[in-house]
Design a protein around this ligand. Structure first.
Ligand code: MSP
Length: 491
């Protein structure tokens, strides 16, 4: 029993670059957040989940030009495209923040002014290499850039943030709070970022070069750097600077490994500078690969989302993504494995178990299955789920174990049906076995709502219980109705 139900939990996905349509990597980030939200919700916790769009910057301007529309028209299109993609995938965010929203602009202004007031912003000249592809100044010489960077030499004035003022405090913080970055490999990477020493970084660009952005307060010649603009969305979406946002902090941020430095170094330092609480957790995932290449819009190697959705349904897609990627590591998308997962696990183990149980009851003309005490075997099944819930709810680093347990648990129930030869039983023996199995299937289903929301909604609707773990645990008779096909087999 989880008795420490906290009032609110605040989670965020990164906000997505509005320079092209969503692909599998974006969907995965969204699904991971959504799974975590749903997992907390089944235990009665209220989760606020922010997602949205990162709409300023040069790349967005260029994409708009290429598509023959204004930047604003283009970001409106992209925002709708991401929103409908998330709706199809059952990603249920609570706030959709866009960096072109008025309330966001006001929050960025306020945030900037706070940093300025606290003495952490200064103006300086930048001379060095600039990456056009990533829109950032390259630290060190031009050989420290990535092979994919398109670079140019720049000499210009801009504002800097005094990151160096936070180096020791930040390092100390990570040394004493190892659990903040998960998984552990990404924590080690975070510590590694301090090795060469941190440098102050530029937080604005000359407006003549980049007009599509938020102006620096009090200096109309400069525009705020996209990353400061973007990171503040984690605050603006929950009402900053009005005081209600405080109740939700600290936040749990989900992100891909490519943006670790921005979240593990820049963001906490900016929060310190603004006297705000540091993130509660950074949950860092790896990349979906096609072969051994990162799937990305620039490489044009995306997986055809539409095909998988139409052929297998959104649950199958979500299940494949969430149960095959080890948190923090890269994973290659494999069509054969996808098909095999869907058939051998979802159709044959889960769907089949449910229709087998209903089928047996119907073949014996049973309309109602009445309460029976669980036997030892199935008591331990329920206990295993309960114990694991407590282990997972406060420590997302156990998420891989949660997805791995799926097959193990459903197998226990399938083996039980076979060992007891339930279809050969009759009278009380049949009723009791069916009751135990249906009860455990109900608990199993609610526990895996985060992985299979569509199917679980159907199952819980059939059992007439809402999506809540405690409610599902209550004992009540099962009314046998028409059988359900949860995961249709592919022809
Ligand atoms: N706009 C920034 C984030 C600002 S957050 C304050 C950004 N946007 S993005 O659209 O490029 O990426 C959004 C998320 O998608 C990131 O977490 C990124 O890691 C993730 N992915 C993009 N491609 C990916 C894969 N191929 N695989 C998994 N996730 C990857 O970065």
């Amino acid at each position: 029993m989880l008795n420490d139900v906290k009032k609110n939990i605040y989670i965020t996905s990164p906000i997505f670059y509005a320079n092209s349509n969503p692909h599998i990597g974006h969907v995965y980030t969204g699904l991971l957040c959504d799974a975590w939200k749903k997992f907390n919700q089944i235990f009665g916790r209220n989760v606020v989940f922010t997602s949205g769009m990162d709409e300023h910057g040069q790349k967005v301007m260029q994409s708009a030009e290429k598509n023959g529309c204004t930047s604003q028209e283009y970001v409106d299109l992209m925002s709708n495209s991401f929103k409908s993609c998330f709706a199809i995938h059952n990603v249920e965010y609570s706030n959709w923040i866009r960096t072109t929203d008025k309330k966001h602009e006001e929050a960025v202004y306020e945030f900037w002014k706070t940093l300025e007031k606290n003495g952490y912003i200064y103006k300086n000249k930048y001379e060095g290499w600039y990456s056009i592809s990533d829109e950032h100044y390259i630290e060190g010489d031009k050989y420290s850039m990535k092979a994919t960077d398109k670079i140019v030499w720049r000499e210009e004035e801009c504002y800097y943030f005094k990151l160096t003022a936070f180096q020791d405090r930040l390092y100390d913080y990570y040394k004493h709070n190892k659990e903040v970055v998960i998984p552990n490999t990404r924590y080690n990477e975070t510590i590694g970022l301090f090795k060469q020493g941190l440098r102050d970084f530029s937080i604005s660009r000359p407006k003549e070069r980049l007009s599509w952005g938020i102006e620096v307060p009090g200096d109309e010649t400069q525009v705020i750097y996209v990353w400061i603009d973007a990171l503040v969305s984690y605050l603006s979406s929950i009402g900053y600077p009005n005081s209600e946002y405080k109740e939700l902090l600290p936040a749990v941020h989900f992100l891909g490994k490519d943006i670790l430095k921005f979240h593990a170094i820049y963001w906490p330092a900016l929060l310190m500078a603004a006297d705000l609480p540091l993130p509660k957790k950074l949950v860092v995932h790896g990349w979906w690969l096609n072969g051994d290449q990162k799937i990305s819009k620039s490489l044009n190697n995306a997986i055809d989302l539409q095909y998988y959705l139409e052929t297998f349904g959104q649950d199958a897609f979500r299940f494949y993504l969430l149960s095959n990627m080890i948190l923090g590591e890269d994973c290659s998308f494999k069509d054969e494995l996808f098909t095999q997962n869907t058939e051998s696990i979802l159709s044959n183990k889960v769907g089949n178990l449910f229709s087998r149980l209903i089928g047996i009851a119907k073949s014996k003309n049973i309309e109602k299955v009445s309460y029976a005490v669980l036997d030892e075997e199935l008591l331990s099944f329920v206990a295993k789920i309960e114990d694991f819930s407590i282990k997972l709810i406060d420590d997302m680093s156990n998420f891989d174990e949660y997805t791995n347990m799926f097959v193990e648990l459903v197998d226990i129930l399938n083996v039980y049906v076979d060992l007891k030869q339930v279809w050969t039983l009759s009278g009380k023996e049949l009723n009791d076995s069916l009751y135990r199995l249906l009860y455990c299937f109900k608990i199993f289903s609610v526990f895996y709502y985060p992985l299979l929301p569509d199917a679980v909604r159907k199952i819980l609707n059939y059992f007439e219980v809402d999506i809540n773990f405690e409610n599902a645990k209550h004992h009540k008779d099962f009314i046998i109705k028409e059988n359900l096909i949860l995961f249709p087999r592919q022809k």
